[in-house]
Design a protein around this ligand. Sequence first.
Ligand code: HXC
Length: 258
Amino acid sequence: MAYKTLITEIEDGVELIRLNRPDALNALNSELLGELADALRKADADPKVRAVVITGSEKAFAAGADIREMSEKSFAEAKSENFFAGEADVIAATRKPVIAAVAGYALGGGCELAMMCDIILAADTARFGQPEINLGIIPGLGGTQRLARAVGKAKAMEMILTGRFMEAEEAERTGLVSRVVPAKKLLEEALTAAGKIAEKSAISVLAAKEAVNRVYESPLAEGIRFERASFHGLFATEDQKEGMEAFLEKREPQFRDK
Ligand code: HXC
């Protein structure tokens, strides 16, 4: 499907979604977030897609929610239309793995979008920030919660209260991103990582993502119980038999997602 604010392509089990509002540094307006939610919902339903990469441009992953669109909004409108919550909930609920490949600015809603993804790969040009405080608002797509969980309270508070940006190196050191790579190699690295995921059994990939995400929703004992039930359940799959047989027979597994 052709989108106005996204460019999408699917190759070898990986869907690449490029945010495409170059005139506004990929600022997230309702059209873009609506299209992104639609694309991810379809990716979840499409057996040809086994992993997703979301990226922006060299200059900006996304420079935040669209300030022009937000500027006239009243409290009543924001509240009654549940401003951006529906789209954010769909994006964050994607069941297949999503990698954010971030170059340049990932600010405000852009940083929050990256944090909704499962893995953030950063170019050495990446800059993360939650500068909403400069606009008289606070993060509204999960930033106060996910940034504090990712980098701890002290850094999250500093970034959210002062609007300070974090460079790629600091983002890696503090655990916000999984790796920093040269900007020129960002997409290749992200597609390679997504390609590796695409080779696995889709059942165990779904289970692994669900289990790790449990960390953010439950106490440790509950999370361990959840993991154990899921782990035991995977012994009912053909892919578990195939994976282990292939190892013992010293060959590559042929997973069938069953
Ligand atoms: C709308 C934006 C934008 C944004 C950039 N643009 N960011 N438009 N919303 N968030 C537009 C500019 O207006 C400009 O358009 C064009 O993109 C290029 O931007 P410049 O500012 O000229 O580029 P530069 O000088 O290189 O500065 C880059 C920048 C700066 C540092 C990233 O653009 C910036 O500070 N942007 C805003 C960042 C921000 O505050 N984000 C948080 C938004 S609030 P023209 O037409 O002039 O060329 C948010 C809330 C999330 O995200 C929660 C929602 C529920």
